[in-house]
Design a protein around this ligand. Structure first.
Ligand code: NAP
Length: 259
């Protein structure tokens, strides 16, 4: 399917690896020019070079921590007028409700709520004035069903979800859509870290931890960054203009709910 976005320009934050990279690659495959970001310059430059070579699109890079004010200013300065914004950042660390204090919550809110809000606030006026825009926020299945050890994620991402629910309906009349894409377990470094946590706390091998977690997913496997990215690219496509303020779950059926 022609996604109808060839030649558009996208900012994808936290995109040298994992789900952010999956989104960047799927947009590049649709002919979208990219601004990519991550903290580590080496992996970022390697990813940018591979995407340029594979898809022939323009790729700019900004190595910085996007959860800081300086980092946001740097990516926004490099991005300029973007048609598509995909927000992403690392997830908060696991733990228990009794572990976290105010500073932990502030950090999680900065990373997974206030950063995407700041990026949207900066990019939406240009999209509105041009009469077309797409925003996809990478959040988490924890928004629909809480994950006990990820209370910081449950909390911060719920705040972002509320913001998107209201804001998306204020910008839709200008041809701008905002939606959230909610990953369940995907085969990335982050999932392997979480397997490591399960392995440690339960005293089992990494393989066993993965087998046990896969057994909780009706699809009986982890998702891939490529299929996640393809879903993101569709939400950014010309065909998705009537999808507004939705929370699209990509989790292999893991959350057992009718709606
Ligand atoms: P990942 O494989 O660890 O990749 C994270 C990417 O983000 C890397 O490119 C990393 O590069 C970059 N990054 C992290 N923190 C950053 C920051 N502060 N500023 C700029 N770049 C940053 O993670 P993932 O699995 O793709 O997860 C992406 C998001 O989805 C996370 O928020 C995660 O919590 C959420 N999620 C993932 C899953 C899953 O199963 N994978 C499930 C639910 C939710 P640098 O380290 O070099 O900065």
């Amino acid at each position: 399917m022609d996604l109808g976005i060839s030649g558009k320009r996208a900012l994808v934050t936290a995109s040298s690896k994992g789900l952010g990279r999956g989104c960047a690659e799927a947009l590049a495959a649709a002919g979208v020019n990219l601004v990519l970001n991550a903290r580590g310059a080496e992996a970022l430059e390697a990813t940018a070079a591979e995407i340029r070579a594979t898809y022939g699109v323009e790729v700019a890079t900004v190595a910085c921590d996007v959860t800081t004010a300086d980092g946001q200013a740097a990516v926004l300065a490099a991005a300029g007028d973007v048609d598509i914004l995909v927000t992403n950042a690392g997830g908060p660390p696991p733990g228990l409700w009794s572990d976290w204090d105010r500073d932990d919550f502030i950090k999680a809110l900065d990373g997974n709520m206030l950063t995407p809000i700041a990026l949207m606030k900066a990019c939406l006026p240009g999209m509105i004035s041009r009469g077309w825009g797409r925003v996809v926020n990478i959040t988490s299945g924890s928004v629909k069903a809480p994950i006990a050890q990820l209370g910081l994620s449950n909390s911060a991402r719920a705040g972002l979800t509320g913001y998107v629910a209201g804001t998306s309906r204020q910008v839709a009349e200008h041809g701008v859509t905002i939606n959230n894409l909610l990953p369940g377990i995907h085969d990335t470094d982050r999932a392997q870290q979480l397997d490591g946590g399960v392995s440690k706390t339960q005293g089992i091998s990494m393989d066993q931890a993965r087998t046990n977690r896969q057994a909780t997913i009706p699809a009986r496997r982890y998702g891939t960054a490529a299929e996640f990215g393809a879903t993101c690219a569709f939400l950014c496509s010309a065909h998705a203009g009537f999808i507004v303020g939705q929370n699209i779950l990509a989790d292999g059926g893991a959350i057992n709910a009718t709606l």
